[in-house]
Design a protein around this ligand. Structure first.
Ligand SMILES: Nc1ncnc2c1ncn2[C@@H]1O[C@H](COP(=O)(O)OP(=O)(O)OP(=O)(O)O)[C@@H](O)[C@H]1O
Length: 565
């Protein structure tokens, strides 16, 4: 099928919307009526050629006569009231979803449970065609979008793109894996192109981890491919890596060369402090995983970055899949007339994830449970297992190695190169099971992860939502299993609440159990739920020693052989 034809589709509310029956926008009676009317209108002028500009996507949809008549008959059977109130407003000449009034917008928002607040809120886009017709997007950028197979905007993209293009400060919350990256990268690229300025940094994207920063960089690179700001100067996007920061510090490259930089907070602050990077020209500042970047660990760094971006017209965006109330307060204090976008529920997980809680009794029970999952065929790779500490992640890794599982481990003690290699091998299917700490809990987009196991109960509802969000991404289904023991009585309560908010089935006793007293809430807030867990291992010490001896003997024999040759 011609890729341009694919673009006739409108907002991707079915795959990413969190609403129940109404999520499939294309199947509402209103929509069907609109379709048929649009069809009959089209019947009259089906041969009319669209202007070159409007037919950018070459997606003019021709509704066949029979199809149109069938649709009309179908609609006639609908109630008269529906028939008289509906018009063809939902479809443009080219057949893509068109949002042209507040009523259309309300209808669309209802379909994906979108809640948008703020003054003078722009209409959402109904399809990517709006980027050309409404926002006069750069054609090369559209072409890159198509080449990257982005054909229908997801709900957060329908809302986030026009807000950013209108120059608004944005506070956005949408489920994990629902396309938040594109919702801020696409308008940023267009704004940089439209500015036509060739010198000085214009856009800055901050991410809490290097892995996520790298992923955003790759997305930006893909979309900015072959785009020039003037005849000689390509649009330049950079990841602030160790080597780039060294080059900037040693004046091997000029900071004026870059239009957009993606960085983790500390590395950025380091180069700024050494006056190797000037942030005063930055016009767009985006905090991805904003609730993390403004929590206790990062808040000082985030403040320092904000202070260094001194342009009075600075546009700020804060984006995440979770939005605790503290973040909203911060946003109100640093943003100017912000627009707040919530898709779905801000305390819920993505609804395409099946969530399960498994009681394991004690630590030994968790290993038994993993082995049971393997034996019973539920351990379908790719699988990610989260643990609460580096020591525990390493211990489980060694345990599962002996089970002959194709497994590796990522935590903060592994070098950047090791981490990148493991991620690559996991992406290509060489590694089936990735064990990790929370370093990979946020943002990292592995396509097609089937199962996430929380070997240790996460410390907060937010951490839970992000961890399990590594599965069930971009409309795919996934499963998340959380192990808990007697020790997790308190920590498991917020998880049960997230399950309830996400529409997961929760037994009545669990519902009762999840209710928290004031004291428990305080304890959780103060992080008093940390647990002194028993070590991970079911293998008796003697067997372990024997295994180690055997490994040492094999290594020694390899060394001898190498010396002999
Ligand atoms: N309009 C689109 N059409 C098809 N695929 C899309 C679209 N937008 C994004 N995607 C894909 O969906 C996946 C998830 O997107 P992304 O990583 O931006 O999610 P996210 O909302 O930022 O998730 P998280 O909260 O975990 O960071 C990616 O593989 C991305 O390429």
């Amino acid at each position: 099928m011609d890729i341009f034809q694919v673009l006739t589709r409108g907002a991707n509310v079915k795959r990413n919307g969190r609403s129940g029956g109404s999520a499939d926008f294309s199947k509402t009676p209103v929509d069907q009526t609109a379709k048929s009317q649009a069809g009959s209108t089209k019947k009259a002028d089906s041969d009319r050629q669209l202007t070159k500009e409007l037919d950018f996507f070459r997606n003019k949809r021709t509704v066949q006569k029979a199809e149109a008549e069938a649709e009309i008959n179908e609609v006639k059977q609908e109630s008269e009231a529906t028939e008289t109130t509906v018009d063809s407003r939902f479809y443009s000449d080219s057949g893509s979803l068109r949002i042209s009034s507040a009523q259309d917008a309300a209808e669309l928002r209802k379909s994906y449970m979108g809640n948008v607040t703020g003054g003078d809120v722009p209409l959402p886009i109904g399809s990517f065609e709006d980027l050309v017709t409404r926002f006069k997007f750069d054609k090369r950028l559209i072409s890159n979008l198509i080449e990257a197979h982005f054909t229908e905007p997801t709900p957060i993209q329908c809302e986030g793109i026009p807000m950013a293009l209108q120059g608004r400060d944005v506070l956005a919350c949408a489920p994990t894996g629902s396309g938040k990256t594109l919702s801020f990268v696409l308008p940023l690229l267009q704004q940089v192109i439209a500015s036509r300025k060739t010198d000085g940094l214009k856009g800055l994207i901050i991410s809490p981890t290097k892995e996520l920063a790298n992923q955003i960089f790759l997305e930006c690179t893909k979309l900015s491919n072959k785009i020039f700001l003037d005849k000689k100067r390509p649009l330049s996007v950079a990841l602030l890596s160790k080597s780039l920061s060294a080059k900037l510090k040693n004046k091997i490259v000029s900071d004026k060369k870059y239009d957009i930089i993606i960085s983790t907070p500390l590395r950025l602050i380091d180069v700024v402090k050494q006056e190797a990077l000037d942030l005063s020209s930055v016009k767009h500042l985006i905090f991805d995983e904003a609730d993390k970047l403004f929590d206790q660990t990062f808040v000082e760094q985030a403040d320092s970055i904000l202070a260094s971006c001194r342009d009075p017209q600075l546009r700020k965006s804060m984006v995440s899949a979770t939005m605790p109330s503290g973040l909203e307060q911060i946003a109100q204090s640093i943003m100017l007339d912000p627009v707040r976008i919530i898709i779905g529920h801000k305390e819920a997980a993505n609804s395409s994830i099946e969530q399960k809680l498994v009681f394991c009794g004690n630590e030994e029970g968790k290993l038994v449970a993993i082995r049971q999952l393997i034996q019973e065929g539920y351990f379908k790779p790719p699988v990610i297992i989260f643990l609460e500490s580096i020591t525990r992640a390493k211990a489980l890794f060694h345990e599962l190695l002996y089970d002959n599982l194709n497994v590796d481990v990522i935590h903060a003690e592994r070098t950047q190169i090791q981490r990148a290699k493991i991620i690559e091998r996991f992406r290509t299917g060489e590694i089936w099971c990735l064990i990790c700490t929370d370093v990979l809990a946020r943002g990292v987009d592995f396509k097609g992860v089937n199962l996430v196991i929380n070997y240790d109960v996460p410390r907060s509802a937010q951490s839970y939502v992000h961890r399990i969000g590594r599965t069930g991404r971009n409309g795919r289904e996934g499963t998340a299993i959380t192990f808990y023991t007697k020790q997790d009585n308190l920590a498991v309560k917020p998880i049960i609440n997230v399950m309830k908010q996400s529409g997961s089935e929760v037994a009545e006793w669990m519902d009762q159990f999840a209710k928290m007293t004031k004291r428990e809430k305080e304890a959780l807030k103060k992080g008093k739920s940390s647990i002194d867990r028993q070590q991970i291992s079911t293998v008796p010490k003697m067997i372990k020693q024997k295994r180690r001896q055997r490994e040492e003997m094999v290594e020694a024999s390899k060394r001898r052989k190498a010396l002999d040759t």
